[in-house]
Design a protein around this ligand. Structure first.
Ligand code: GLU
Length: 304
């Protein structure tokens, strides 16, 4: 049997010394300040044990990984009617692409590209104040992680608010197409704050446990939805790098431009990895390489 703790140490060692670390996101100025030398990895196993290596106890900006949690909340709240507003197909385009949204009359391809996630946040905002919705998102994540010490980084939220012109464009375009129910400022303010949640790899791996087993997840999300959220993570979780991630890693995952990736080995493990440098598709470069190594050594794959 593979010694997981030793394997994680080994992977962290390899990743720490890697020279080509990708490029830290700089379109959100506050994220550009993060040290590209960081690397952390944590695994929560189905048997309840956790293992970690590297900077796994240091918080980072989860960014788009938050879209998994808001999708779970929105499906719980609205059920399948959510799919009237957002699709379930891979986009094959950049995370913040505008062009497809216009072609497709303001209905985003999937809930994990920015436009789709903004529509999902808008859906859960209706009838509530932004602070109530942010409280609900934090509550969901804290319960999932079984850890109350998870917070929003206001400086990151403000930094993105000040520079998020593409996201404003996406939201206003959806408003023009009749696919936004709230004022774009309110929806985007909520979206920027959910993206600015800070978590450690350990917290994130623990928070992902609700997606690990359909049965185990039933406490928070129905078994059917757990399967479907995993299907969307596999097909759409890495923007225009989703096919490559599925090919190399063979597991559902969701990346964020903070350099984190949440990866689910169904029935076996919830994995969180963090390395701030990104590849050309905006996904953590070493994060992907690390989970590829881990999945191969452990024999974890949804493809048998
Ligand atoms: N807050 C980021 C944005 O909207 C999220 C993108 C990402 O993490 O991939 O641009």
């Amino acid at each position: 049997m593979t010694d997981l703790a030793a394997l994680l140490q080994d992977i962290a060692g390899q990743m720490r010394s890697a020279e080509d670390r990708g490029k830290v996101a700089d379109y959100i100025p506050q994220l550009a300040r993060v040290d590209p030398g960081k690397f952390g990895i944590a695994v929560a196993l189905a048997d309840g044990t956790t293992h970690h290596a590297g900077d796994a106890l240091e918080p980072f900006s989860i960014q788009s990984i938050s879209k998994v949690f808001t999708l779970a909340i929105a499906l719980g709240r609205l059920g399948d009617s959510l799919w009237n507003r957002v699709g379930r197909e891979p986009s094959g385009l950049a995370f913040n692409s505008i062009v497809q949204l216009e072609y497709e009359q303001g209905r985003p391809r999937n809930p994990f590209i920015n436009a789709g996630a903004i529509a999902v946040t808008d859906a859960i905002l209706s009838g509530h104040q932004p602070r109530e919705v942010l409280g609900e998102i934090l509550h969901f994540i804290r319960v999932a992680a079984d850890d109350p010490d998870i917070h929003i980084d206001e400086a990151v939220a403000r930094s993105e608010q000040a520079t998020g012109h593409r996201n404003f464009a996406l939201a206003h375009f959806m408003a023009a197409a009749g696919n936004l129910r709230n004022a774009p400022d309110l929806t985007l303010g909520t979206y920027f704050h959910q993206c600015a949640i800070r978590m450690t790899c350990m917290q994130l791996a623990r928070a992902g446990r609700f997606l690990m087993t359909a049965a185990g997840g039933a406490r928070m999300v129905s078994a059917d939805r757990v399967r479907r959220i995993n299907a969307l993570m596999l097909t759409c979780g890495h923007y225009d790098g989703s096919g490559e991630f599925a090919y190399r890693v063979g597991l559902p995952g969701k990346s964020g431009v903070g350099g984190g990736i949440l990866v689910i080995a169904p029935g076996r493990a919830s994995i969180a990895v963090w390395s701030p440098g990104l590849n050309a598709q905006g996904n953590s470069k070493l994060g992907r390489e690390a989970v590829e190594l881990l999945a191969r050594k452990m024999g974890w794959s949804v493809f048998g």
